[in-house]
Design a protein around this ligand. Structure first.
Ligand code: ADP
Length: 397
C-alpha cells in the first residue's frame, strides 16, 4: 500500500479522521462523537466496508482505540498502511507557529501555554496529540495550525489600537483562523486562473458555520476578518461577527449581565440564529421564502457584511485577480454569492447567473468570461492540505 498520512481533528467531544495516500485519495474516513457522554457513536468507512457502532466512549484514548478497531474491521489495516505521518489539526498557534511543525515535547508544552488563547479548542487538540503519540509511537506527528497561514499579516493589520501592554502580556492581537482552508483554496485558485501563485491577489471567503474572509497577496495572508478569537468579522451561524466592543459594558450596566454571559451569547446565540431563529443557512432561506421577515433581515445583514469586507480587502490589495467562495455556504449558496457581490460592477466584479446557478462540485468560474475580476467557487479540503503539509514536514525530519 502507498505511503499514507492519518489526519486527526480532535474536538472536545469528537475525533474526525481521514487516512490519505500520496495521490490524495482518501482510503478511510470516520468520526467518533459524543466522547465523554452516556452514548458514544463511531462511524467508519474504509476499503473493506463500513462500521457503525453505538457505545460509550469515555475519553479520547478509548476513542482512538475504537477507531483502531474500526480500521482492523473495515480496513485498511493500519499496520500495513505505510503510515508516514500523523497530521494533527491544532486551532491556535499564537505567534509562535508560522508553519506546520514536527511535534516533540517542547512543541506540546508551547501548545499548552497557548491554551488561554483557545480555551475550548487547544486542550482537545492536545489530548488527541498525546494519545496518538502513545499509540503511533513509531511515526512522526505534525501539528498544522489554523492560525499559521495568517502569521504573514503586516503589523498594521494585526495590531489593535489598544494599550500596548495588552498584546505584550495577554497576546491581544489579530491572529485569524481557517488558515489551512485558505491556503488550500488559494493554491487551487491560482491553478484555475493559470497564474503564478506569487503573482496572484485573492479575496477568499470561507463561509461555513464559522465564516471568515482573507486578503491573499502572492500566497501570503495580508489581512483576515477573524481576530484574537473566531468571533470577529463576518456574520456566522451563531456568532455575531463585528460589533461595537462597548456593547459588553453597556449590557453589564443596564442588564447586569456578566462579560462571560455576553461572550457566550455573542458566540452561541447570535449571528443567523439570533436574527432568523436558525443557524443553518438552508433553513434561513426556507424561512425567508415563506415570508419570515427576521430571516430576510438575517440574509440582508449577512450579505451586506460580506460586501463591506470585499470592498475593504479590494482597497487593501489594490489589484484583485479573483474572489473565491468556499465551505458549506460559499460552495452551495448561489443566492448569497450573487447578493454579496451585487452592485460591485464598477470594481470589475460580476457574477454570471447561469454559471452561478450550476450545481457543480468542481472548482469553477462563476463570473462572465470577460470579467476583470474572476469569481470562483472552490470546494475546500482541509484534510488534504493537512496531509500534504504533514507529509512534507515529516519527510524533512
Ligand atoms: P463547518 O464550519 O462546520 O466546517 P461547513 O463548511 O460544512 O461547516 O458549512 C456548514 C454550513 O453550510 C451549514 O450550516 C449550512 O448553513 C451551509 N450549507 C450547507 N449546504 C448548503 C446549501 N445547499 N445552501 C446553503 N447553505 C448550505
Amino acid at each position: 500500500m502507498a505511503d499514507t498520512v492519518l489526519v486527526l481533528n480532535c474536538g472536545s467531544s469528537s475525533i474526525k479522521y481521514q487516512l490519505i495516500d500520496d495521490t490524495g485519495s482518501v482510503l478511510a474516513r470516520g468520526l467518533a462523537e459524543r466522547i465523554g457522554e452516556a452514548s458514544g457513536q463511531l462511524s467508519h468507512a474504509g476499503t473493506g466496508g463500513e462500521v457503525e457502532r453505538s457505545e460509550p466512549i469515555p475519553d479520547h484514548e478509548s476513542g482512538l482505540q475504537a477507531i483502531l478497531g474500526a480500521f482492523d474491521e473495515a480496513g485498511p489495516h493500519l499496520a500495513d498502511a505505510g503510515l508516514v505521518a500523523v497530521g494533527h489539526r491544532v486551532v491556535h498557534g499564537g505567534d509562535r507557529f508560522a508553519d506546520p511543525v514536527l511535534i516533540d515535547d517542547e512543541v506540546v508544552e508551547t501548545i499548552r501555554r497557548l491554551v488561554p488563547l483557545a480555551p475550548l479548542h487547544n486542550p482537545a487538540n492536545l489530548d488527541g496529540i498525546e494519545v496518538a503519540r502513545r499509540i503511533f509511537s513509531a511515526v512522526p506527528h505534525v501539528a498544522v495550525f489554523d492560525t499559521a497561514f495568517h502569521q504573514t499579516m503586516p503589523e498594521h493589520a494585526y495590531t489593535y489600537a489598544v494599550p500596548r501592554q495588552w498584546q505584550r502580556d495577554y497576546g491581544v492581537r489579530r491572529y485569524g483562523f481557517h488558515g489551512t482552508s485558505v491556503a488550500y483554496v488559494a493554491q487551487e485558485a491560482a491553478r484555475l486562473l493559470g497564474r503564478e501563485p506569487t503573482d496572484t491577489n485573492l479575496i477568499v471567503a470561507h463561509l461555513g458555520n464559522g465564516a471568515s474572509i482573507t486578503a491573499v497577496a502572492a500566497t501570503h495572508s495580508v489581512d483576515t476578518s477573524m481576530g484574537l478569537t473566531p468571533l470577529e468579522g463576518l456574520v456566522m451561524g451563531t456568532r455575531s461577527g463585528d460589533i461595537d466592543p462597548a456593547i459588553t459594558a453597556h449590557l453589564g450596566r443596564l442588564a447586569g449581565v456578566s462579560a462571560e454571559l455576553v461572550d457566550e451569547a455573542l458566540n452561541r446565540k447570535s449571528g443567523l440564529l439570533a436574527l432568523a431563529g436558525a443557524n443553518d443557512m438552508r433553513e434561513v432561506h426556507r424561512r425567508a421564502e415563506s415570508g419570515d421577515s427576521g430571516a430576510s433581515l438575517a440574509l440582508d445583514v449577512y450579505c451586506y457584511r460580506l460586501r463591506k469586507y470585499v470592498g475593504a480587502y479590494y482597497a487593501v490589495l489594490g489589484r484583485v485577480d479573483a474572489i473565491v467562495f468556499t465551505a458549506g455556504v460559499g460552495e452551495n449558496d448561489a443566492d448569497v454569492r450573487a447578493r454579496s457581490l451585487d452592485g460591485l460592477q464598477r470594481l470589475g466584479i460580476e457574477v454570471d447567473s447561469a454559471r452561478n446557478a450550476a450545481a457543480d462540485r468542481e472548482p469553477r468560474f462563476i463570473s462572465p468570461a470577460d470579467a476583470d475580476v474572476a469569481v470562483l467557487v472552490i470546494p475546500t479540503n482541509e484534510e488534504l492540505e493537512i496531509a500534504r503539509e504533514a507529509r512534507t514536514v515529516a519527510a524533512r525530519g
